[in-house]
Design a protein around this ligand. Structure first.
Ligand code: TYD
Length: 142
């Protein structure tokens, strides 16, 4: 499986008459990395924007295991996309150095985040101008 840029992923479903079961294997099977950390976000009001950061090192896969939300991604080179998360069997892959905003959370939203790295606050870029500068430094030709 190839993973180029932010993209929607569809996971294997192993459901049967007893109900649904979604499998999300790491290390390049369903997602491109070995999962080192998970966290989940719930109880966020619909008007709130979360995220608003980019990560120098960490890749993520973000899944709404319940409810719905949206994610806007920007690469700092003029490209942006909006993904709607509204099914437990889909997720969005977000590579490193992508600015992300999560918003439009439904009341029942539970957003599960799978991360490739342990938490290190200093690899988060929380200022958009700093993000643009860091993109320029990595891509001097752009
Ligand atoms: P934050 O990154 O602001 O959340 P979001 O991505 O939803 O905007 O994190 C909120 C708080 O939780 C902040 O104090 C840092 C802390 N935190 C951890 O301690 N470990 C983690 O893995 C994450 C994602 C956050």
């Amino acid at each position: 499986m190839q993973f180029h840029g932010p993209q929607m992923l569809e996971f294997q479903e192993k459901g049967d008459e007893r109900g649904h079961l979604i499998v999300c294997e790491g290390e390049g099977q369903d997602i491109p990395f070995d999962i080192k950390r998970i966290f989940y976000i719930y109880g966020t009001a619909s008007g709130v924007i979360r995220g608003q950061h980019a990560n120098r090192e960490t890749e993520f896969v973000i899944i709404n295991v319940a409810g719905t939300s949206k994610i806007r991604v920007r690469d700092g080179k003029g490209n942006e996309a909006v993904f709607t998360l509204n099914r437990p069997r889909t997720g969005v892959y977000i590579p490193r150095m992508i600015w992300k905003d999560m918003y439009d959370f439904s009341e029942d939203s539970v957003m599960l985040c799978l991360a490739s790295e342990h938490y290190k606050p200093d690899e988060y870029i929380r200022n958009y101008e700093d993000f643009l500068k860091a993109v320029q430094e990595e891509n001097p030709e752009v």
